[in-house]
Design a binder for this molecule. Structure first.
Ligand SMILES: N[C@@H](CCC[C@H](N)C(=O)O)C(=O)O
Length: 288
């Protein structure tokens, strides 16, 4: 079978985008892993499958798969590429699009400057919903928000803020993110027994109250050049811990994202807004 695809990226977090608006598409785990493989396939961090929607008021459906073939709930950078794709392909003439993911409806706006702003919905702090199992652990409260100790291998440990953006995140503060041992600690946090569905591990360096640097070891994909939900989670955690103001510029190795959250003034259920780039790289066909 031949599969047509579009290769895109959002701040260097790269995607293979598949159009299933005309015909339903069901790829096996092996096929997904093959498409994502950087040597034997196209290569990407995530695969995005765009579907039509039968829900009134919702324009499209959208499914997300990590490079290891696992299906996930949310992808911030992917959602920006999704809206760029449906507009560029003429699948809609709207500039504000509503899309159904596995567990929420997102609203996305393609701006005049080509960047995309996404209403990412409210962060989730309820630990069972993340899901995170804190039984027997004693958190350290900072500014009223908990930091949780995690035991790692070889006597190592770290302290993380835990929350969900629809997908799970564990964020730890580091002094110098460029030299942080992301490749060593990231996989241990990702697969930690306290996170029954694994977790995205964020490493956050505070530059000022409105500027941070971030690296994320993503669940199911490894370290990526940027992670949109990771940026939202890190900024929300930083705001709740008293380190950051409401609007923050996030520098990743792949580019910059702007994250805004007014949760401390408008209530914790306020939406997080993410603005950033979305680019098409090339199109092609792969034999499966
Ligand atoms: N790159 C994404 C997140 C993709 C999903 C994540 N790896 C997970 O398993 O939750 C982003 O930009 O948010």
């Amino acid at each position: 079978m031949k599969l047509r695809f579009t290769k895109m990226h959002g701040a260097g977090n790269d995607f293979v985008v598949l159009d299933a608006t005309q015909h339903p598409m069901q790829l096996t785990h092996e096929q997904l892993r093959h498409v994502a493989d950087r040597r034997f396939g196209v290569g990407c961090d995530q695969i995005l499958v765009i579907e039509s929607s039968r829900t009134p008021g919702v324009d499209f459906g959208y499914r997300i798969f990590n490079a290891d073939g696992s299906e996930v709930e949310h992808c911030g950078n992917g959602s920006r590429c999704f809206v760029r794709y449906v507009v560029d392909k003429g699948l809609t003439d709207k500039r504000t699009v509503r899309v159904q993911t596995v567990n929420k409806i997102l609203e996305l706006r393609l701006r005049e400057d080509g960047r995309v702003t996404v209403d990412m919905g409210a962060p989730i702090f309820d630990l069972p919903q993340v899901p995170f199992q804190p039984e027997g652990l004693t958190p350290r409260a900072l500014n009223g928000f908990d930091l949780w100790p995690l035991a790692l291998g070889d006597g190592m440990a770290c302290e993380v803020a835990v929350l969900s953006m629809g997908n799970p995140h564990a964020v730890q503060r580091v002094e110098d993110v460029d030299h942080a041992p992301v490749g060593l600690i990231g996989p241990q946090v990702e697969g930690h027994e306290r996170f029954p569905r694994r977790v995205n591990a964020g490493f956050l360096q505070i530059v000022s109250r409105s500027e941070v640097k971030l690296r994320v070891f993503e669940r199911g994909s490894g370290e990526t050049l940027a992670c949109g939900t990771g940026a939202c989670a890190a900024v929300v955690a930083g705001i709740r811990l008293g380190w950051l103001d409401e609007a923050v510029e996030v520098h990743t190795h792949g580019g910059d994202l702007r994250i805004e959250w007014a949760g401390l003034t408008q209530g914790l259920e306020a939406s997080v807004f993410m603005t950033g780039p979305a680019q098409t790289v090339f199109e092609g066909e792969i034999e499966l």
